[in-house]
Design a binder for this molecule. Structure first.
Ligand code: GLU
Ligand code: MG
Length: 443
C-alpha cells in the first residue's frame, strides 16, 4: 500500500473510487482533487448498478433494483494506490453504503462478512489468484477477430524475450502498487502469459485481483497491444484460468496441513475442502460465471472438469499441493476464472468451506488418476461427476443451494441471479466468435 498523502502533489488530479459489479466489470467514479481540501471519502452511484448485466447498460427488472435509489461509494483509504500507468490518477476500493451501513448488495461487503464469520471460529483464509491472460494484436490490426502476437510454446524463453519490455513495465507497475509478483512464465497457449502475486489476507488478495486486471489491460494498451482474461478465446488453444489458491490460518499460523494427519491435511482443512467440493456446482455460477467460462472447463485441460479432489492432481477441481518435504501449505481451486467478481468468488468459497466445518463434512478419498481416462462406470463407482456443463446448469444449482444463497443474503442473491439469468438467456445460443466479440475486452 502506498502512504496516503496529506497534501496532494500537483500531479495528483483524480481519486478513483472503484467497485466491481455483479457482472464483474471494474468501474470507478473519479473525484477531482482540490489543493487544500480534505481527502474525498464518498461519491454517490445509482443502486441499479448492481442489476446491470455484462452485455448492455440497463437494469434487469428481476434484480429488485431500479433507476430509483442512491447509494454511497465510500473510499477504503487503506487500499490507496498511485497508478503509474495513469499519471495524475490515484485509486481506492469502495464499499457500497446505504443508510450508514454496508449495503446488502455490496460484493466487497459480502466478502468482508464471510471473513468476519470465519474469524468468529478463530480462522482466517489467505489467498491468491493465479491469473492467465492472452496478449493479442491491437484490435485495429485484427481482421477477423482476435489475433495472437506470437506462436511460442509453454515457458518458452523466446516468448520471454519477445515480450520482455511489456512484462518488465507491467511487473514494475504491479510492484509499485504494493503487490508482490512471485512468478512469471509464458503459459501453454501461444501468447498466453501467467503472472502470480504473493498470497495475502482474503480481502487484500481480492483487491489485488482488481488492481492486477486493471494494470495488465492498461499497460498492454500503452504498448499498443490488447490483453484479455476471457476464459476461452480460441477453441483450439488453452483457456485462461484464474485458479484460487488458499490456506487456512489460526493465530498467524498456517493450519492447512498436518503431517501427522490423514493426507497431510489438518482436520479443519479436510472439512473445509469437503464443503467447497459439495457446493462446487452451485458456486461455479459465481466462480465461472459467464457462458464463455464453460467452454474452458473440459476434461484434460487442467481446468478441473470433475467434482473431485486429489493430491498434486492437476485434473481434479481441487488440488492439494504438496511441498518438497510432503507438507501441505495451500490448496488450489481450479474452477475459477477472471470473469468472476473476486469478492463474490472468494466469499462464496469461504461460505462453502464454512458449511463443511459447521457440519463436519467428511472428505472422501483423493483421486490419484486422471478422471478423463476413467470409464463412466469407474467414475460412477467413485461417485465422481462432471461439473456443470454450462452457465444455465450452474445457475440451477445455485438457485437450489440454500447455504450459499443464505450466505449471499436475500438482496444480493436476487440481484446476482437476475443478472446471471439475463446473461445466460442472451448468450446461450451465440457461437464462440459472437461471444468473444462482446466479451473480449470486458475481461
Ligand atoms: N490454462 C489452464 C486453465 O484453464 C490452467 C493451466 C495450469 O496452470 O495448470 O485452467
Ligand atoms: Mg497456469
Amino acid at each position: 500500500m502506498n502512504p496516503i498523502p496529506h497534501v496532494f502533489p500537483d500531479e495528483m488530479e483524480f481519486l478513483r473510487i472503484l467497485w466491481c459489479d455483479n457482472a464483474n466489470i471494474i468501474r470507478a467514479k473519479a473525484i477531482y482533487l482540490q489543493e487544500g481540501e480534505d481527502f474525498p471519502l464518498k461519491v454517490g452511484i445509482g443502486a441499479g448498478q448492481q442489476g446491470v448485466p455484462v452485455m448492455y447498460d440497463g437494469i434487469i427488472e428481476e434484480s429488485g433494483l431500479s433507476p430509483i435509489g442512491e447509494i454511497q461509494l465510500e473510499a477504503d483509504l487503506s487500499t490507496f494506490k498511485e497508478l503509474d500507468y495513469a499519471p495524475g490518477h490515484v485509486q481506492v476500493m469502495g464499499y457500497m453504503i446505504k443508510d450508514g451501513k454496508i449495503w446488502s448488495c455490496c460484493p466487497r461487503g459480502f466478502l468482508k462478512k464471510m471473513i468476519i464469520n470465519l474469524k468468529k471460529i478463530n480462522l482466517e483464509v489467505k489467498s491468491s489468484f493465479e491469473n492467465e491472460f492472452y496478449l493479442l494484436k491491437n484490435d485495429s490490426e485484427q481482421k477477423k477477430g482476435p489475433e495472437i502476437l506470437e506462436e511460442t510454446p509453454f515457458a518458452s524463453t523466446y516468448s520471454m524475450n519477445i515480450n520482455h519490455e511489456f512484462i518488465r513495465e507491467l511487473v514494475d507497475s504491479i510492484n509499485n502498487q504494493g503487490m508482490r509478483v512471485e512468478q512469471y512464465y509464458p503459459e501453454s497457449g501461444p501468447g498466453q502469459q501467467e503472472i502470480t502475486i504473493k498470497y495475502d489476507d482474503a480481502l487484500v488478495s481480492a483487491d489485488n485481483q482488481i488492481s492486477f486486471r486493471d494494470t495488465v489491460k492498461a499497460v498492454a494498451h500503452l504498448h499498443g497491444i490488447q490483453s484479455s482474461f476471457l476464459p476461452k478465446i480460441f477453441s483450439q488453444k488453452s483457456g485462461n484460468g484464474c485458479h484460487i489458491h488458499l490456506s487456512l490460518w489460526k493465530n498467524d499460523e498456517n493450519k492447512t496441513g498436518d503431517m501427522d494427519n490423514e493426507y497431510g491435511l489438518s482436520s479443519q482443512c479436510k472439512q473445509f475442502i469437503a464443503g467447497i467440493l459439495k457446493h462446487l456446482p452451485a458456486i461455479m455460477a459465481i466462480t465461472t460465471p459467464t457462458s464463455n467460462s464453460y467452454r474452458r472447463i473440459k476434461p484434460k485441460t487442467w481446468s478441473g472438469a470433475f467434482q473431485c479432489w486429489g493430491i498434486d492432481n492437476r485434473e481434479a477441481a481441487i488440488r492439494v499441493i504438496s511441498e518438497e518435504d510432503g507438507a501441505v501449505k495451500h490448496v488450489e481451486i481450479k474452477t475459477v476464472d477472471a470473469s468472476s467478481n473476486p469478492y463474490l468468488a472468494l466469499g462464496a468459497i469461504i461460505a462453502a468451506g464454512m458449511d463443511g466445518l459447521k457440519n463436519s463434512l467428511e472428505l472422501g478419498k483423493p483421486l490419484q488418476e486422471d478422471p478423463g481416462n476413467m470409464s463412466p462406470s469407474d467414475l460412477a463407482k467413485r461417485k465422481i461427476k462432471l461439473l456443470p456443463n454450462n452457465l444455465g446448469e450452474a445457475i440451477y444449482h445455485l438457485e437450489n443451494d440454500k447455504i450459499i444463497l443464505d450466505a449471499l443474503g436475500k438482496d444480493l442473491s436476487k440481484a446476482y441471479l437476475a443478472v446471471k439469468k439475463a446473461e445466460w438467456e442472451f448468450f446461450k445460443d451465440l457461437n464462440l466468435g459472437e461471444e468473444v466479440e462482446i466479451l473480449l475486452d470486458k475481461f
